[in-house]
Design a protein around this ligand. Structure first.
Ligand code: CAO
Length: 409
């Protein structure tokens, strides 16, 4: 067996980011992922284009290793072809607005009748309740899942994070659900419904903030830099708010990404005092213990910054790591895309594309020793119509031409 999911077939009706991020991982695990697009194509093929008339990086970076077919799900023949495919696939994945697949004529009950082994995965913005019928995008989920309220500085507005926890974060949750359903099917012989709400996935990633919400009822959060607390967890800037204090401190020469995030574990204090030229603080009872430092973390990080701002972030990284002090320089996207170790790890990968030429993408973050991911380019719109409708479903060439002319494919 070459790949973990070899032989597993995914009918991929996903679009934009959350759903495609899920099915791309399934493809990298070896599944045969066939993306069904309306004849006009996934909207992201045309969004945020950097080159005229060429699939956008938005699309190419989320749809690698898939095949593409076009199908008008609102046509009668389209529904027939879809029904035939549902009978032959293991997984159907979609993330349309609420009710869209039902409106196409395919409820979960209907799909089960067609294929009782089908695993049907849906991503929506919300679970059951007052928001069920609402559409959602990334930052909507961040807003309603606990992320925006806890991101930013206390005297500023709520902030969106750059990481796509609502979209790709939800996609990764959906992968887990689909793989579990595949495993359960081995025992039961039955498929099942997998649903993930973006609000729920973001909240799962904000779990520690609900921990702190409950701690707050027993008093102030001393690990936070905030001086005053209301009835909800405040935004705490760059503090982790976790068991060990951390902060982003400035480095030389003072550019927008000349910062390093430093964490002061108890064992790290003594070497830090030496590095910053204040060795006397190692044994000073005012500074020597985590409890003593807790009420003056701002002063502690200011002293550290007085030192780091005289050095470049890479230099500080080396000096702190020489003493096993956890830290991370703030890497710009340019530094990341040019990072040789990320390329060597095949997490920053170059892929050739027939229309845009070579582009860089983010590779497979999950490494399996027996199932290496082989990153292949995204498909052109309808590139595999002939292969799938003609060869696999046996639709004759003359009908294919007719379906094309009539806008069915
Ligand atoms: N053939 C014919 N029609 C098709 C089709 C096909 N192959 N594929 C999709 N369509 C139609 C659907 O039937 C639907 O039409 P109706 O509304 O008339 O039933 C329409 O295209 C898609 O609707 P939509 O609500 O999904 O699209 P939108 O652009 O208005 O909304 C989004 C986009 C993302 C807000 C919405 O899809 C959504 O809320 N999805 C769930 C949450 C989600 O995944 N958000 C992630 C956003 S970024 O990753």
């Amino acid at each position: 067996m070459g790949k973990a999911l070899e032989g597993v077939r995914v009918l991929d009706m996903t679009h934009v980011q959350s759903g495609p991020s899920c099915t791309q991982i399934l493809a990298w695990l070896g599944a045969d992922v066939v993306k069904i697009e309306a004849p006009g194509g996934d909207i992201t093929r045309k969004q945020l284009r950097d080159l005229p008339d060429v699939d956008s990086l938005y699309f190419t970076m989320l749809n690698c290793n898939k095949r593409s077919i076009t199908l008008n799900m609102k046509s009668e023949r389209g529904k027939e072809l879809f029904t035939e495919m549902v009978g032959q696939f293991d997984i159907l994945a979609e993330n349309f607005g609420p009710g869209a697949v039902d409106r196409m004529g395919f409820s979960w009950e209907t799909l089960q009748e067609i294929n009782p082994r089908l695993i049907y995965a849906s991503i929506k913005g919300f679970g059951d309740g007052p928001y069920t019928h609402f559409k959602a995008y990334e930052v909507v989920a961040q807003a309603m899942g606990g992320s925006m309220t806890t991101t930013g500085f206390e005297d500023g507005p709520p902030l969106a994070t750059g990481s796509q926890i609502g979209d790709s974060g939800t996609g990764m949750h959906a992968v887990a659900g689909i793989l579990a359903a595949l495993y359960q099917r081995e025992h039961t012989g039955r498929g099942q419904r997998v649903t993930v709400a973006m609000q729920h996935a973001v909240l799962n990633l904000c779990r520690v903030k609900l921990r702190d919400q409950q701690r707050l009822t027993h008093g102030p959060l001393n690990e936070y830099p905030n001086r005053e607390f209301g009835d909800a967890v405040p935004r705490s800037g760059n503090a982790s708010g976790g068991g060990q204090p951390g902060w982003a401190v400035k480095c030389a020469p003072g550019g927008p990404n000349d910062y390093i995030y430093v964490i002061v574990q108890p064992v790290g204090w003594e070497p830090i005092t030496k590095l910053i030229g204040r060795p006397e603080l190692a044994d000073d009872p005012e500074w020597s213990t985590p409890a003593a430092r807790l009420s003056k973390l701002d002063k502690m990080f200011q002293m550290i910054e007085d030192w780091t701002s005289e050095h470049g972030k890479w230099d500080v990284l080396a000096k702190l790591n020489a003493h096993n002090i956890p830290c991370g320089p703030i890497l710009s996207t340019k530094e990341i895309i040019e990072d040789t170790s990320l390329a060597e790890n095949e997490i920053v990968v170059k892929v050739d594309h027939p229309e845009r030429g070579e582009f860089t993408t983010v590779g497979m973050p999950i490494k399996l020793s027996d199932s290496a991911a082989d990153i292949q380019r995204s498909p052109l719109l309808g590139e595999h119509n002939q292969e799938i409708y003609g060869h696999e479903l046996g639709v004759p060439d003359n009908e294919l031409a007719e379906l094309k002319a009539n806008g069915v494919i």
